[in-house]
Design a protein around this ligand. Structure first.
Ligand SMILES: Nc1ncnc2c1ncn2[C@@H]1O[C@H](COP(=O)(O)OP(=O)(O)O)[C@@H](O)[C@H]1O
Ligand SMILES: [Mg+2]
Length: 369
């Protein structure tokens, strides 16, 4: 039997373009035994290129592939066909699409919308879960609805901050106090995030954050240890043991994540059975709260003074590099990279089959009865 073709999509129009290349390279290593991998690189301007040789995924830049511009079309009849540009000749047909894209235009529901229109199976969260997971305010409102414990927060629009900074400052000081964290609502990788301990710092942090997004979230700062749990599955997901991160910088900022390499990961986390299980239970609740599917990493705090477990966030396309927490936690739980990536493909096909049961027109339902 011939192998299924998996279109592996990486790069993209996001601040996490480079991280995505490294994640995709790891995913490709997991897939290549069992699948026919068709790597597609999305350049920073949004142009698609492919196939990219596996070994070039980590260093992909578009210049070398100018003759290999490609696209898919947002219509079901094309059945996963990948076309060359500009002549629109069929080049290959993928049975499943694997976006390994972090951040904007990849993790936020936009490319998932394209897959839905094209009616092709794809790995990971759908449109709703992706966009809900990406917007920190919507995510936290859904978590609050599901009664998950989290830090107090306040959302503001860029317009409000620009129009009446004084009122915004007063509200933050009255409701949250210092230290607080200021974040653009729709970014990842700690981009645009600052910690403020004084009004001066808060002002400048707000101005930084509005630079990145029309919405900003301010959170009460907690002194806490940080933990992460990997989730895998659709309607009945399984969870890994937690891992712990000890950031090398004052908090787990962009530098600590990708540049300094001075953070320490503990796999598994140094935690007692009780809090460990509670955290695992919360990870599943967080996954379900945004109606997620496929995979996610749920991140937690445990406050140093009261030992309270708080959900920080869910990442629907977590880092997947060779040293990332998501695959590492599974490896520790006895799930190899090869098994993990195959399982993700199977979950995508199952989820697609489940959605395909939905009747989309009134008349066809009536006729079937
Ligand atoms: N409310 C908070 N209290 C204490 N530390 C925080 C808080 N929010 C964020 N941090 C620190 O900032 C890091 C990045 O914040 P996070 O919300 O996870 O953003 P991103 O989505 O970019 O990863 C966290 O890993 C943690 O180190
Ligand atoms: Mg984070």
């Amino acid at each position: 039997m011939s192998k299924l073709k998996v279109a592996l999509i990486f790069g993209g129009r996001s601040g996490e373009h480079e991280v995505s290349r490294n994640s995709a390279y790891t995913v490709a290593q997991g897939l290549k035994q069992n699948y026919d991998v068709f790597p597609i690189g999305i350049a920073k301007d949004g142009q698609w290129y492919g196939p990219i040789p596996l070994s070039e995924i980590p260093v992909f830049t578009p210049e070398k592939f100018n003759e290999h511009k490609i696209t898919i079309l947002p219509i079901p009849a094309t059945n996963g066909t990948i076309y060359s540009l500009p002549d629109l000749k069929p080049l290959a047909k993928a049975q499943v699409f694997f976006p390994v894209l972090h951040g904007t235009f990849g993790e936020d529901g936009t490319i998932q919308g394209l897959f839905e229109l094209a009616q092709v199976p794809y790995i990971g969260a759908g449109v709703l879960a992706s966009s809900a997971g990406m917007d920190k305010v919507i995510m936290k409102n859904l978590f609050a609805q599901a009664e998950l414990p989290q830090v107090p927060f306040l959302p503001f629009l860029r317009k409000e901050i620009e129009k009446d900074l004084q009122t915004v400052l007063q509200k933050i000081e009255a409701d949250l106090g210092y230290p607080c964290f200021i974040k653009p609502v729709n970014l990842g990788s700690s981009v645009g995030i600052s910690k403020a301990s004084t009004q001066e710092q808060l002002k400048s942090a707000l101005l930084t954050a509005v630079h990145y997004d029309r919405k900003v979230i301010i959170e009460k700062g907690v002194e806490a240890r940080e933990f992460e749990i990997s989730v895998l599955g659709n309607d009945e997901p399984i969870v890994s043991l937690p891992g712990e991160i000890v950031p090398g910088n004052e908090f787990y900022d962009y530098q600590a994540k990708y540049i300094n390499d001075n953070s320490t990961l503990y796999v598994p986390a140094r935690l007692e059975e009780g809090p460990m299980q509670k955290m695992q239970d919360l990870a599943i609740k967080a996954f379900k709260a945004i109606d997620c599917s496929g995979l996610s990493r749920v991140d937690f705090f445990i406050t140093k003074d009261t030992q309270e477990i708080l959900v920080n966030e869910i990442n629907t396309l977590p880092g997947f590099t060779a040293i990332s927490m998501y695959p590492k936690l599974w490896e520790h739980s006895g799930i190899s990279l090869e098994y993990l990536t195959s399982k993700l493909v199977k979950l995508a096909l199952e989820h697609f089959a489940e959605k395909s049961k939905n009747v989309t027109t009134f008349t066809s339902y009536e006729q079937d009865r």
